[in-house]
Design a protein around this ligand. Structure first.
Ligand code: ADP
Ligand code: GN1
Ligand code: MG
Length: 365
């Protein structure tokens, strides 16, 4: 984050804030945007300031409009349900003094939302938190199910389209821009071996056998805010909420929450699937999502975990081959380390596929 404190204070001053700001500090572990926590003269964390990565989210108007549609829709539902704690149950974005939902400083795009008080996100979850997160993401999809078609744009076109991700991967391999291909040949082969098996959704969609729904598309564990008692307050990080395939939202949680290691674990022995977390999340998710899922989607949920892990392996390796142009990295080998850890998780998910499918059987009538 290259901006000085004065510059950040000037940016904050463009928004309709109620309190005087005294400090702005980097916050969170996101790979795309820059997130800052803003503290006021009363000593409380009051706002979140984010610099939007407009190289990735190129249509900021569409992005911020999507977020406005989603948060207003949820807010209205919560009001109808008589919810008292609305400011902790949905993100509240603040307008600029000119009434816009983001500010452009001539170089970067910025937005501000209220910091959710007495909230916590986790990088690792236990079974209770996982069950609660499952209910929250199912409920999130169910609340958004009645948004009319065409109201939300694809903020990143083809975001979770596996055929498209493989096409980008093939282009990276072809170009070999950073000269790194030789050292990753084995991983490239492993990806190729599985390519057809992981493009089933796109084929089913073309055959009219799978429909699109509005999904969160980034259901990492750290995108759920919990209260002091481990109950979910709300789902955050709404940049990628868009129409897509339903498996995304179980898949990315299994990938991040049900991993016994870290997303980028150096020690591959630590990486593998935690079946108890998978079961707890699925139990919670099915409580709120079963009513709208088709039997086919239900039977494919474990495949969703493998698919999103495969997709992430492909995306990290593509970025490594391209010379690290997409994800923030903390060291030169980071994308390769991430790829290896994701691939290890994929192998573990493949080993547990039958056990996961058996678990789903009780949900299929
Ligand atoms: P990124 O796109 O970089 O992942 P997020 O919107 O997920 O950005 O924010 C990063 C982290 O900041 C989250 O994991 C969460 O811990 C924290 N955070 C984000 N928004 C809020 C908020 N409104 N209130 C409290 N914490 C927040
Ligand atoms: C990015 O912004 P963040 O860290 O929540 C990425 C996700 C990946 C994830 C991998 C817009 O999410 O798709 O799954 O990193 N977001 C975008 O950790 O590409
Ligand atoms: Mg996030």
């Amino acid at each position: 984050m290259a901006k000085t404190k004065d510059k950040l204070l000037q940016i904050l001053d463009q928004f309709q804030l109620q309190d005087k700001v005294v400090s702005v500090e980097p916050f969170g572990n996101g790979h795309i945007n820059d997130t800052l926590k803003v503290t006021t003269d009363k000593g409380e964390a009051k706002y979140i300031l984010q610099r939007i990565n407009h190289h990735i989210f190129t249509n900021v108007d569409m992005l911020q409009n999507n977020i406005h549609v989603v948060t207003s829709h949820i807010r209205k539902k919560l009001e109808e349900q008589g919810e008292k704690d609305i400011d902790r149950k949905v993100l509240t974005f603040l307008p600029t003094k000119e009434g816009k939902n983001y500010y452009f400083d001539g170089d970067s795009y910025w937005r501000v939302c209220l910091f959710i008080p007495r909230s916590k996100s986790y990088e690792e979850v236990n079974t209770e938190l996982s069950y609660e997160a499952g209910k929250a993401f199912g409920n999130f999809q169910s609340m958004l199910a009645d948004i009319p078609e065409g109201k939300l744009g694809e903020t990143i076109p083809n975001f979770h389209n596996m055929e498209f991700r493989l096409q980008q991967f093939h282009e990276a391999v072809e170009a070999n821009a950073a000269g790194r291909l030789e050292e990753v040949k084995e991983l490239v082969d492993e990806i190729e071996k599985r390519a057809d098996a992981f493009c089933i959704q796109e084929q089913l969609y073309r055959d009219g056998k799978l429909k699109k729904r509005i999904n969160h598309c980034d259901t990492k564990v750290n995108n759920v805010m919990f209260d002091e008692d481990g109950k979910v307050l709300c789902v955050i990080d709404l940049d990628t909420v868009m129409p897509g395939f339903v498996l995304s939202d179980i898949g990315d949680f299994i990938r991040t929450g049900a991993n016994t290691g870290a997303e980028d674990d150096e020690n591959l022995d630590k990486v593998g699937v935690n079946m108890e977390i998978f079961k707890a999340y699925t139990r919670g998710y099915m409580e709120t999502a079963q009513s709208f899922l088709t039997p086919q989607e239900i039977s494919m949920l474990p495949y969703g975990g493998r698919l999103l892990t495969y997709m992430q392996t492909v995306r990290f390796l593509t970025d490594y081959i391209n010379g690290d142009t997409y994800y923030k990295i903390h060291h030169p080998m980071h994308n390769l380390q991430r790829t290896k850890a994701q691939f290890k998780l994929l192998r573990s998910l493949e080993e547990h596929a039958e056990e996961m499918d058996n678990f789903m059987k009780s949900y299929i009538k």
